[in-house]
Design a protein around this ligand. Structure first.
Ligand SMILES: Cc1cc2nc3c(=O)[nH]c(=O)nc-3n(C[C@H](O)[C@H](O)[C@H](O)COP(=O)(O)OP(=O)(O)OC[C@H]3O[C@@H](n4cnc5c(N)ncnc54)[C@H](O)[C@@H]3O)c2cc1C
Length: 348
């Protein structure tokens, strides 16, 4: 059988595979991409928030200045190329929990480290219907959410249009490894890059993933017209007539079925932030492809140099995948050394 030659085969069209494919095509590299097209994937369940200042301690996330400087530009360019709309820049309002929290932020507000991310520091309520914020809070910039399912659908249509998308399960037994190339069915590629997300069954990599299940609910609320993502204990993302509320973190019971305990924990936290009536419209759960040190696994196989991995984006797929897709391709093209912090070899 005569083989069709491509530069890269990509396995998986979640956020990771989509960004990698897009960046490769932008550099005139040829690609074939496989996806089994199932509903139970991390990208299809995610809330899609990007937020430079996170956690209980409200610190800048890992390398925020680097990853957030071009994030919105990258997604805007992708929107234009795909003719779709999925980037929603929205400031995040984070009410203060205690007076100490407020005092702490009064100091931090003038700090140069936070200047480009802090839009407003307020000591009185923002005035949203039934939102508990007697001490005011901070409003953050460079934040928002990506409607990932819409992005994936637009990307799939784009790839199908080019005739390079295969809606099938990639079968590892069909791989034939050669010294300088790899074949699969009628394809011959320089390399196969695995972007398989959480719980991969890939026989070539045995990596210390630390997957995390998370629940999310969509709710309807009458009379709350929020212009911010409200974030205290839970996040509430305003989306037309509803809010997406999330999320939980559980390293056990790694299922895509929402768990009663998870939904209860979400609702308990929601009720501390919002005292009004709401109706639950949808409950969902997903498993995040997190790793032992919360950094992605990127690079080539130590033995089979024609196999690579681009996975482990954990809780931050939205902000990390565009940056590292560009970086990994630079590495594959010999233009850059692989960033040691994400090098998969650290985990082997
Ligand atoms: C509840 C929840 C909330 C989240 N919230 C956020 C958030 O607010 N912000 C944020 O940045 N991130 C969030 N995340 C994390 C984010 O979803 C992930 O970081 C990101 O989606 C991972 O993308 P991925 O492409 O690596 O994996 P996936 O989305 O899982 O994609 C992997 C793809 O590979 C395909 N595949 C796998 N094996 C094969 C095979 N053998 N053959 C063919 N196809 C295959 C699958 O079908 C799938 O389409 C959340 C995740 C969850 C679960």
């Amino acid at each position: 059988m005569r083989k069709i030659k491509v530069d890269y085969i990509i396995v998986g069209q979640g956020l990771a595979g989509s960004w990698l494919a897009f960046e490769m095509l932008s550099r005139d590299l040829s690609v074939a991409i496989f996806d089994e097209d199932k509903l139970e994937t991390s990208s299809k369940k995610a809330a899609g928030i990007y937020n430079p200042i996170t956690g209980r301690q409200m610190v800048k996330t890992w390398r925020a200045d680097e990853f957030f400087s071009k994030l919105e530009i990258n997604y805007s360019l992708l929107e234009k190329k795909l003719g779709s709309r999925f980037l929603h820049p929205i400031p995040i309002y984070r009410p203060f929990k205690t007076i100490e929290d407020q005092n702490d932020w009064e100091g931090k507000a003038a700090d140069e480290i936070f200047l480009s991310y802090l839009k407003e520091f307020r000591t009185s309520s923002i005035g949203y219907h039934e939102i508990h914020d007697p001490l005011g809070g901070i409003v953050l910039n460079k934040s928002g959410y990506v409607d990932i399912p819409t992005m994936l659908m637009a990307m799939k249509a784009f790839l199908m249009n080019k005739g390079i998308y295969r809606a099938e399960v990639f079968n590892y037994d069909k791989i034939e490894l050669k010294p300088k190339s790899v074949t699969y069915d009628n394809l011959e590629a320089k390399k196969i890059i695995f972007c398989e997300g959480s719980l991969p069954k890939n026989p070539f990599w045995d990596l210390p993933f630390r997957p995390v299940r998370g629940e999310i609910i969509d709710i309807e609320i009458d009379g709350l017209d929020a212009k911010h993502i409200i974030n205290q204990g839970v996040f509430m993302i305003p989306k037309n007539d509803r809010f997406t509320v999330g999320s939980t973190y559980d390293h056990n019971n790694l299922t895509f079925e929402p768990q009663e305990s998870g939904i209860k924990s979400l609702e308990d936290r929601l009720k501390k932030l919002f005292a009004g009536e709401y109706r639950i419209i949808e409950k969902r759960a997903g498993v995040r492809p997190a790793t032992h040190d919360r950094k992605p696994y990127i690079g080539l196989h130590s033995v089979y140099k024609t196999l690579g991995i681009f996975n482990g984006f954990g809780t931050k797929g939205v902000s990390l995948t565009p940056h590292f897709a560009k970086h990994f391709i630079d590495v594959l093209q010999g233009k850059s050394e692989l960033d040691e912090e994400v090098n998969v070899q650290r985990a082997i």
